[in-house]
Ligand binder design. Sequence first.
Ligand code: BG6
Length: 470
Amino acid sequence: NESSYAFPEGFLWGGAVAANQVEGAYQEGGKGLSTQDVTPQGIVGPVTEAPTPKNMKLIAIDFYHRYPEDIRLLAEMGFKVFRTSIAWSRIFPKGDEAEPNEAGLQFYDDLFDECLKYGIQPMVTLSHYETPLHLSRTYDGWVNRRMIGFYTRYAETVFTRYREKVKYWLTFNEINSILEAPFMSGGISTPKDRLSRQDLYQAIHHELVASARAVQLCHQIIPDAKIGCMVLSLPAYPITPAPDDVIAAMEYEHKNQFFADVHLRGRYPGYMQRFFRENGIRIAMEPDDEETLRHTVDFLSFSYYMSICQAADPSQHRKGEGNIFGGVANPYLEASEWGWQIDPQGLRYALNQFYDRYQKPLFIVENGLGAADKLIVQDGMPTVEDDYRIEYMNDHLIQVWEAIQDGVEVLGYTAWGCIDCVSFSTAQLKKRYGFIYVDRHDDGSGTLERYRKKSFHWYREVIGTNGASL
Ligand code: BG6
């Protein structure tokens, strides 16, 4: 039955990107350097002293100059919401200044106006893997408590400035990724293998307090806005029904659930107190931290690309691959070209898990398939026949619909990398997610022209029928 997949009225369909993966213009408009400008190979390669020409993110897809054309294309698909981030170092180039950079603020004013012109709601991530480099090098990023003040000043500045324009905010992108990527995620310069658990969890505490303060400020400054946290969701199934494997999966889940638990319940959970006790970790807290943490988020947002398995003894099983967290491979699932295991039902499972736990609205702010698309010419127009991407998203959206039938409150869905952008984990442009193809290649060649892929037309239909065409 054609209309069986109709979504709730007002469902927020759209797409997502992050400043550092699309904007380029890394030194324009007074922007300071960020951690992205010195990681030419993403999380898989080294951190360089200064920006190096091979770093694809320095130009990225030149969204900084071309956004009017891009937003027009998103509007053509019928987008209701566009998620992007503010590059913190455009607003506070070093991060610890007292006054913001007007040119940076103006850029986002213009970008948000462009979205609103088409009735597209901007959804803004305050910190998406782009800590000002100065904060990372001088303070060791979030290990230092002073970061809370720098972040809060930045948050207050942008809430005040965009109060009339932005009604959806996210505090930290994939906040739990700091466990695996302390530099990219937490701006922590100390190399991962020398970073103690004590310092790691102290840094996490600082981020959690900063996030709660941002929630408090947002509620004060923009009372009609909604602010959420954002986590990398990764359902972990036990590899076998052996109780040891089940408990291994549960303990693994706890490591990630901790972040959402604090954001939604306003306090540290018992299993983390135990973890700290047993590992000799003592979190230094200021007297009002507990009070601050009680400023809980309005909704939970998350990325979903894949599920993994966990085992009591991982050496007995095939290793899984993923953007940050790998786990053990699931023998029942196929994988993408980059080894990420494809599991549409895992999305229904994750939505139910989150909703059962918090009973708060959910927002899927990233989902999609990274693939090496091939440009072809059809009827004189360059395009990509990305049926594999259509299939991936169609299957996932059907599972979102299933979860909604289960009673889960889902606010919206923003497809990751709705326009091709530089990959976070590998910094390649070859790994494309978009409905829109961007003519730029990892050797630096390309015209930067934009072309509609087959999935562009598919998504426009999905939005236009509010899901009925799935
Ligand atoms: C998420 C990030 O981890 O996954 C995005 O929030 C990222 O920034 C996306 O781009 C897809 O990962 P990748 O490595 O394929 O770009």
